[in-house]
Design a protein around this ligand. Sequence first.
Ligand code: GDP
Ligand code: MG
Length: 220
Amino acid sequence: MATVSEKEWTGFQGLPAATQIILHTLLAKLRKQKVDKITIVLLGKGGVGKSSIVNSLFSERVAAVSAFRSETLRPRQYSRSKDGFKLTVIDTPGFVEAGRVDAALNSIRRYLLGKTINVVLYVDRLDGPREDKVDVKISRAISQAFGPQIWPHVIVVFTHAEIHLEDVTYSEFVSRRSAALRNIILKESRFKTVNTKVPFVLVENCSRCSENGEHEKLCS
Ligand code: GDP
Ligand code: MG
């Protein structure tokens, strides 16, 4: 069984002031809707920055991160509480090895059985090479493992978002990179309802990222 840690969200104070204000507004909104907990799952290839996202979200070093080997050997759950609200993040091992979806996805599926999952963050690097064939396999495998009904809960997250490009503008690159992955997901996921827009967000986990005067990260 993975260790469960549940503590006060002390790292909240370390988030940029503007982010704290947005989160306070969000928490108040959730409280009104009588939502007092949210569970997020991170999925993706190894080394794309899943465990780093746990640390960025909580603004605390909770998950082990490594440039050289997989530190996340099995799913692991972290919870932090703030003003009666509990945020749980489930970090998982990468499930793609040498372009193939491996057995780790099945162990993630078993770990998640019976748990209520509100949001799935599918993580990939913004600056990673285009691997359309691998993305096709991953989209199919996710649909198979969890059922196509998972997709309305999915947000695509592109890490390593601070990149400097010579030949295209940042926004053009982001829109083409995201469209390519989202199109594959929509085509391969067998998730065919109207309103099929897979949202995406940009994330930079590196603490040396450029910032504005409010300590919010700037990616381009
Ligand atoms: P995981 O295997 O998906 O959990 O990936 P990790 O979170 O362990 O990250 C793998 C490596 O990428 C580590 O060296 C991290 O410091 C680095 N890393 C993760 N996210 C980012 C990011 O957004 N920007 C940069 N520059 N490095 C990152
Ligand atoms: Mg990890």
